[in-house]
Ligand binder design. Sequence first.
Ligand code: BG6
Length: 499
Amino acid sequence: MLKAMDGCILVIFGAYSDLTKRKLLPALYNLQKSGKLSNNFAVVCAGRRNKSWEEYIKDMKAAAGNHVENMDETVWIELRERIYYSKLDFNDKTGYRKLNSTCGRIDKMHNTKGNRIFYMASSASFFESITDNLKRNNMIDNKNTWQRVVIEKPFGKDKETAKGLNNKLRRYFKEKDIYRIDHYLAKEMIQNILVLRFANILFEPVWCNTYIDNVQIISAEVDGVGNRAGYYDSSGALRDMIQNHILQLLALITMEKPGIMDSAGIRKEKTRILKSIKKFKEDKSNIIVLGQYGPGYTGAKYVKGYKEEQGVPSNSRTETLAALKLEIENERWEGVPFYILTGKRLSQKTTCVIVNFKEASASLFKGNCNELENNAIIISIQPKEGVIYRFNGRKAGSENSILPVNMDYCHNCTYEKNSPESYERLLEDAAKGNSSLFTGWEEVESSWELVDSIIEFNRRNCILPFIYESGSKGLKEVEKLTAQDNRIWYGWENCNKNT
Ligand code: BG6
């Protein structure tokens, strides 16, 4: 069997980072378990702590063990044999010489041929220093061997800083060797959106303002900020979720059909649509709502409010929830509002897209006992993966009553185990040199242009977050966004409902 990860070393900067513990090592474990790691593949974890290999492996086993299903000892032993720990202060120029010779030694042991994936899993403040030092120590060659860089978000704090970082990367790497992560793009149902839209005659003709009334994109989380306050408090929901995941989702839902279904073709169309989202220039304060979680209960568990979380200033005004109305200025979408919501500490974890169609023209069936509803397509991204088509049908056995019914396709019911985790797929693709599930620079830049305009709009209009109770099921402040347009807010509680 051809192994997905072959002939390279994955160098992770941030050996003890949250990302390494919660996502990268569990993903590597699952890849090992499914036989996708070849003998010619190794992992070097670089971090500042003074640890022996034994200590590092012990710490990682405990950390990753919490994020995989019933860790199998044999699989872990196979994996740990290819993991190396290298102590490195990311700003210390001389440390990279040692890292380079460690990698050279591992090349000989694992036949990894000088090829590298440099994975930036550290705090974003080190990204530039790491790339400079890699260059200085001749660790980027891309002639006889290949080197790719994987950059985690945040990719900048605004358009200017993102541009600065990008220019730096482009000095040393070609665009094709820069892998900007947006892990949402590797989610099964997000990959399914273009198939749904462009491989089905049923959907393609109605995907426009003649038939669609409004679209709602919801990403609700139960978790709070956890131990990431240092990053999150200067970011907030707009930068953390909207600039990347939500806008990528919106782009896939609304972009035109690419000439060729390849990475460049898709990126071009995504960029075009992102550029045509109306910037927040006019001062109409009824198109955005910001919130911050207060204390409350998620399930039966009492949880602190955002301001009481460790590392958050007690006077923080950072938004942990953002709901807004977006408009796209092109022929296909003119007049269709896109209502977006993302928030932490809500009652349910769910991500979904609701495409609400206009009223059917025949009103023949209106009245009496009928509960006619407009048609809708609900794309559930997580935790349920699938698509629901909601339409009107005749009530069985009735004289002529009509009621809304669901056609429900469950995507993750067809797998034996859950669909592969995003990070498994992303690591595999980076090793294979397939960048189609990573974001191109133009998309990042266009998303920042929009988000910068929203942040500036909030500043001008003094829009501050209202406090909502943790575990909230619905928020009237958010529902106002649709109510003022005489539309109904779908609500995160409805996304995972079965037929
Ligand atoms: C990350 C954000 O990119 O996505 C987090 O930084 C957020 O704040 C997370 O919790 C959500 O990802 P998922 O896959 O759990 O929906």
